[in-house]
Design a protein around this ligand. Structure first.
Ligand code: ATP
Ligand code: MG
Length: 261
């Protein structure tokens, strides 16, 4: 196998995944540099969520490698991958509905500190966890909702809390699957701003259908079509890529240009 290459935060090497006889991921390759913000786009059913499931350890690849911060992680359990610095948002089901905003964040912080191993360590970490939870609450702009139960937040606030939970452990690679789905235009705009803020200095991969969002957020775009990454480049280059236009983008690009990013 090739030597580990720590210059990339995340690498996919000839990744494949079949469900039964159907190959869904068909030799995907990608190399994301540390600190890059990558939007993953592609038609419905192209395999974007499946890629995330392979990266986060929910599914094991049929073949190929997933390399996180220079280490092969395929075959590892999701929690092991999480401990190695990758965090993935899981829609809003990740939130404890009957815990407050603060408690939700503190739980994630404590979990990431590995509090469950010793009670003494738990006690010594509690102050740190409270401090970190407070910091996160401010970052996601929910400090005024500190004691509100998660189930009583608006939808957009729940998604913000979910982002807070996702980054609570200090992961350096963050995966977000359609983070703005179901939001209004103005909520989306605010939310993208928030995502940009909280992911400064981290590597972000986000699946996104809204081309305005994609061109506004991403340093690079990965185009997934039929289980392969057919292009991975800057927004300007992807926009100009003939193959991408034929396979997928077409009018979506024109829409985004019309929207002025
Ligand atoms: N666990 C599974 N078992 C069988 N087939 C699956 C499984 N998960 C996904 N698939 C199939 O894999 C293909 C890709 O699905 P996936 O959810 O990754 O697409 P996607 O690019 O995220 O699409 P969308 O934009 O609609 O979210 C689909 O045909 C889907 O039916
Ligand atoms: Mg999907």
């Amino acid at each position: 196998m090739a030597a580990d290459n720590a210059t990339y935060a995340l690498e996919l090497r000839d990744l494949r995944k079949s469900f039964g006889k159907t190959e869904i991921i068909r030799g995907a390759n990608l190399a994301v540099a540390s600190g890059e913000r990558v939007a993953i786009i592609g038609p419905n059913g192209a395999g974007k969520s499946t890629l995330f499931n392979l990266i986060s350890g929910r599914f094991a690849p049929t073949s190929g490698d997933v390399i996180l911060n220079g280490q092969r992680i395929n075959g590892m359990a999701p929690y092991e991958i999480n401990r190695r610095g990758l965090s993935r948002s899981f829609q809003i089901t990740n939130i404890f509905p009957k815990l407050s905003v603060f408690e939700n964040l503190r739980c994630s912080v404590l979990w990431s500190m590995g509090y469950k191993y010793t009670f003494l360590r738990f006690l010594s970490n509690l102050d740190d966890a409270n401090e970190r939870a407070k910091e996160l609450m401010e970052m996601i702009k929910l400090d005024k909702k500190r004691d509100t139960l998660a189930m009583n937040l608006t939808y957009a606030e729940q998604r913000a809390l979910e982002i807070g939970i996702t980054i609570a452990g200090g992961a350096n690679v963050i995966l977000l699957d359609e983070p703005t789905a179901g939001m209004s235009k103005s909520e989306t705009t605010r939310f993208i701003h928030l995502i940009k803020e909280v992911t400064v200095g981290r590597t972000l991969l986000t699946v996104e259908h809204d081309m305005g969002v994609v061109f506004g957020l991403a340093d690079k775009i990965a185009v997934v079509v039929y289980g392969e990454v057919i292009a991975f480049d800057t927004p300007a280059k992807v926009r100009a890529n003939q193959r991408v236009q034929e396979a997928y983008l077409g009018s979506a690009v024109a829409d985004a240009q019309g929207a002025g990013h």
